[in-house]
Design a protein around this ligand. Structure first.
Ligand SMILES: Nc1ncnc2c1ncn2[C@@H]1O[C@H](COP(=O)(O)OP(=O)(O)O)[C@@H](O)[C@H]1O
Ligand SMILES: O=C(O)[C@@H](O)C(=O)COP(=O)(O)O
Length: 423
């Protein structure tokens, strides 16, 4: 099957989110973890997504990995490209959203791209260049206290400008309201003025449709998963393979389950509390203890549990506790010891027969997926918007795994996930 669309995602939850929204079109999607070794083979899908773990990596590393992913996608035959980042525009002050976009633009010889992280089904809207999370501007939302990428400005042009070398512009909601032709004209005008990076407003799904229509012929787009959702339908002339209207794989996967949570988002805090309140055995990881004593205690605890009881291991904590751990260890070290511990637990759990993994947090998902040596994910049905069950091979076993973005799902997500796995 020849590839038409190739996407690079900056984290693993983001990649499965994108995979799920593309799969809604019914066009087959393939999700690869990391840049594949070797040349593309005959098994490529019309829509290919490569998951990287580069959101918080150094700029040089993120750029190099993304370029390698792009090169692989081009070899697979892709003609349209997408850079997927978080619907809350998570990035450090220096990157990596802008630097990766500019590097990929250079490799593809394109003069202009757009930036639209809006995801209305999950309450993310861009209005007059400002990103909203529900009713709150990004910088007043809980993203203000993210452990690794605290977002302290809501204005996307201001966030992007220091990350790029070429001019940043804007297509506001009034332009979008005039329709796709008006947007296209506006983008062309900006391009003549030398504007390479255009933040585009979108409040609802209709806006995203207008944007997709206007930009369907652009070689390279950047944004959240919802921007990409409408593209496969608009490319019907090029993307013909469909799986009876639903590309999501439906698969029976039984066996014990575990919940591993390293996200500290407000929603994940609620999800952990809900799951514990339902009586599941739980182990709270403390970064300072992990830094001093390693993962032995949690692994001993895990080995003492009946895995059939679907236990939860979590480091999820409120902002004050996260800050206290970071003050002691530094943000990066605190994050890493937690990720390492959860990754080690995933391997122990798998070796004890666990076959269903619910993982919360983007960086956490990257660490767990890598430890499980998963190199490809088949996208299954969505549990919540942007959070599908996925199927993979790990250690010679088929496993079901869901990678939940910190902010996605409702309070009962963990039990919803276990109940809604096709069985
Ligand atoms: N109690 C804690 N103190 C400090 N850092 C933590 C704590 N718990 C988790 N972390 C780290 O916070 C980061 C959360 O990021 P991530 O997994 O991407 O979640 P999200 O999807 O909510 O952004 C991870 O690096 C994780 O290891
Ligand atoms: O776009 C989104 O919000 C998600 O797909 C995403 O990238 C999630 O990142 P995390 O919140 O770090 O899991």
């Amino acid at each position: 099957m020849s590839t038409f669309f190739g996407a690079v995602a900056d984290d693993f939850t983001g990649a499965t989110d994108l995979g799920a929204l593309l799969a809604r079109s019914g066009v087959p999607v393939s999700l690869r973890v990391g840049v594949p070794n070797g040349e593309p083979e005959d098994d490529t899908a019309p829509l290919e997504v490569i998951a990287l773990k580069c959101r918080t990596a150094g700029v040089d590393e993120a750029v190099a990995e993304s370029r390698a992913a792009l090169a692989w996608l081009r070899k697979a035959g892709a003609q349209r490209f997408f850079w997927k980042y978080c619907s809350t525009f998570d990035s450090t002050a220096s990157g990596n959203i802008g630097p990766v976009a500019e590097a990929l633009m250079e490799d593809l010889s394109v003069r202009q791209t757009i930036y639209c992280p809006a995801f209305p089904e999950n309450g993310r809207a861009v209005f007059m260049g400002n990103l909203f999370v529900g009713d709150q501007p990004l910088a007043e939302s809980p993203m203000r206290d993210h452990p690794l990428t605290p977002m302290r400005d809501s204005n996307l042009m201001r966030l992007l400008a220091p990350q790029v070398t070429l001019p940043v512009g804007h297509a506001n909601r009034l332009v979008i309201a005039k329709g796709s032709v008006a947007l296209k004209t506006h983008l062309d005008t900006l391009s003549l003025e030398g504007v390479a990076h255009v933040v585009v407003d979108a409040v609802g799904n209709d806006d995203l449709h207008t944007i997709a229509e206007a930009c369907r012929d652009m070689t390279f787009l950047t944004g959240g998963s919802a921007l990409a959702m409408n593209l496969p339908d608009l490319w019907a002339d090029f993307v013909t393979a469909r799986a009876d209207g639903n590309a999501a794989v439906s698969q029976v996967e039984e066996g014990p389950a575990i919940v591993l949570s390293g996200s500290c988002s407000m929603m994940t805090n609620r999800q952990v509390a809900d799951y514990k309140a339902k009586g599941h055995q739980s182990f709270l990881l403390d970064p300072v203890t992990l830094a001093e004593n390693g993962s032995e205690a949690v692994i001993a605890w895990l080995n003492s549990q009946q895995t059939t009881a679907s236990p939860i291991i979590y480091a999820t904590a409120e902002p004050d506790a996260v800050r206290a751990a970071q003050d002691r260890l530094g943000a990066e070290h605190a994050g890493r010891v937690v990720e390492d511990a959860l990754a080690a637990c995933a391997v122990v759990a798998r070796d004890r027969g666990v076959r269903r993994f619910v993982v919360a947090g983007g960086e956490t998902s990257g660490a767990v997926t890598k430890a499980l040596e998963i190199d490809r994910l088949r996208i299954g049905n969505e549990i919540a918007p942007g959070v599908p069950w996925c199927y993979a091979t790990s250690g010679g076993h088929t496993v079901a795994i869901t990678l939940k973005s910190g902010n996605f799902g409702n309070a009962t997500f963990f039990t919803d996930a276990l109940e809604r796995l096709d069985r």
